[in-house]
Design a protein around this ligand. Structure first.
Ligand code: NDP
Length: 448
């Protein structure tokens, strides 16, 4: 691709400086691959070494998290925060608690977050953090002790105008509450240092729903470019956590039929559709009882595909909403063969490069994560605005703002793809539109 001679050495430097961090390399490669035409048009970015700077986090924090379980046994986890880029605002991005968390995973997420946040048009830089802690199977008290220990170190690095974490995999309302409580205690101040807070202590309406709703709004804009809507469309959704749950809810509202959900053990296939009543069962199962999706199949007498992902199920539209690299090149084949023509990424980097290659080659509607799932962080931005104003907008007002932001994110990606000669390629459009905003801000702020 044009411009590769400019980006290849940068990729090599990233690989050398971050050995073995394959997810981070993958995320960097995807962005660099899109930027050739931009660098040719803007030599000032090359001269100011914007790319070399943008791939290096501004600050990396790694720390020990000791905690005690209910039996008194001591455990040690590793905590992280990658403060990636603050050109557009304070660092903003979630915390992930999952045993697979490594520096590589969090750097890929933090890097993508920078461009995603730029696309929302709200004043937010990018960051990401978390720990290799597994909340699964832990009591509420164990999770609380872990969160308090995690925050006892992290509190000194974050703040409402410095770095504002939120949730991600394994970090929902319960964990945000425990961490916010500990921050308040240590700093002796009640400020908007987290987003995703409870509604009665500084949270925003729609934040819980935002990533799923936003992803569906983005997909609706993609369908509109072909004169279509969701009425009667058969959709597959993977995962069964926060993003998946509200993707299903919004798809139901728009007249689609969702036939799958999954977790790391398997997939349920419900050809009749996961209606609102069945979705209420999922919310209780996952958010209150913290059970497995297999129990849905037992409850409603549908098929359970043990150890499988949903991509073999026939559908019009697919919403990967669980985790990174969950659609491989092999998975993409049956998906496309069965007639799927829209993939909207609710999760971060759920499609491998081999899968994306097939989506682009087949000219299906492909909504890349940094655009399609930007609704979560956008609504976090709205939560920050409400905290600063010390007032709360109504549910309707927040949802309308979220909807408008998603329409605008789609337009920016669509227009950038057109401008740089790849009409319809929203992945390229998202990378370019996000990058240009951050690059211009970095140029304006001098060599920092
Ligand atoms: P949750 O923890 O609420 O749910 C995660 C879901 O994904 C669970 O069903 C989980 O199953 C499944 N999952 C996790 N790891 C794996 C794996 N290795 N293989 C198969 N399934 C897996 O997280 P969220 O819904 O918040 O996040 C889902 C995705 O969306 C992530 O990629 C996240 O980065 C992204 N995202 C989230 C945002 C948010 O606002 N929450 C914002 C933007 C993006 P199990 O219970 O078996 O682990």
């Amino acid at each position: 691709m044009a411009g590769n001679n400019l980006t290849q050495p940068i990729y090599e430097q990233v690989s050398k400086r971050n050995p073995g961090e394959v997810e981070f390399h993958q995320a960097v490669m995807e962005v660099l691959d899109s930027l050739g035409p931009v660098l040719q048009k803007h030599p000032e970015y090359v001269d100011a070494k914007i790319l070399e700077r943008i791939v290096e986090p501004e600050r990396q924090i790694i720390f020990r998290v000791p905690w005690q379980d209910d039996k008194g046994n001591i455990h040690i986890n590793r905590g992280f925060r990658f403060e990636f880029n603050s050109a557009l605002g304070p660092y903003k991005g979630g915390l992930r608690f999952h045993p697979t968390v490594t520096a590589s995973i969090l750097k890929f997420l933090g890097f993508e977050q920078v461009f995603k946040n730029a696309l929302t048009t709200l004043p937010m830089g990018g960051g990401k953090g978390g720990a290799d802690f597994d909340p699964k199977g832990k009591s509420d008290n164990e999770v609380m002790r872990f969160c308090q220990s995690f925050m006892t170190e992290l509190f000194r690095h974050v703040g409402p105008s410095t770095d504002i974490p939120a949730g991600d995999i394994g970090v929902g309302g319960r964990e945000i509450g425990f961490m916010f409580g500990q921050y308040k205690r240590l700093c002796n101040e009640f400020t908007g240092v987290f987003t995703g807070k409870g509604l009665n202590w500084g949270g925003s309406f729609i934040r819980t729903e935002a990533t799923g709703y936003g992803c569906v709004y983005f997909a609706e804009e993609m369908l509109k470019t072909r004169g279509e809507n969701f009425e009667g469309k058969v959709c597959t959704v993977s995962g069964s956590g926060n993003v998946s749950q509200y993707t299903v809810e919004k798809l139901n509202q728009l007249g689609a039929k969702v036939v799958s959900l999954s977790d790391s053990n398997g997939t349920i296939y419900d050809p009749g559709g996961i209606n609102d009543e069945k979705l209420a069962f999922v919310l209780d199962l996952k958010n209150v009882r913290r059970g497995r999706i297999r129990e849905y199949a037992e409850q409603f007498g549908v098929e359970y595909l043990k150890g499988r992902r949903p991509w073999g199920i026939k559908c019009d539209c697919a919403f990967p909403s669980a985790t990174q690299n969950e659609i491989s090149g092999q998975d993409a084949k049956p998906l496309l063969k069965n007639g799927c023509y829209l993939v909207a990424e609710g999760a971060n980097m759920p499609s491998t490069p081999e899968a994306i290659e097939q989506f682009i080659a087949n000219k299906i509607l492909f909504g890349p994560a940094k655009a399609a799932n930007a609704g979560g962080v956008a609504t976090s931005g709205l939560e920050m605005s409400q905290n600063s104003l010390r007032l709360s907008w109504t549910r309707e007002e927040v949802e309308e703002r979220l909807h408008n932001i998603m329409v605008s994110v789609h337009k920016q990606c669509y227009d950038a793809a057109e401008e740089y000669g790849q009409p319809g390629n929203l992945m390229m459009g998202a990378n370019i539109a996000g990058f240009v905003k951050v690059a211009d801000a970095m140029l304006g702020q001098g060599l920092v």
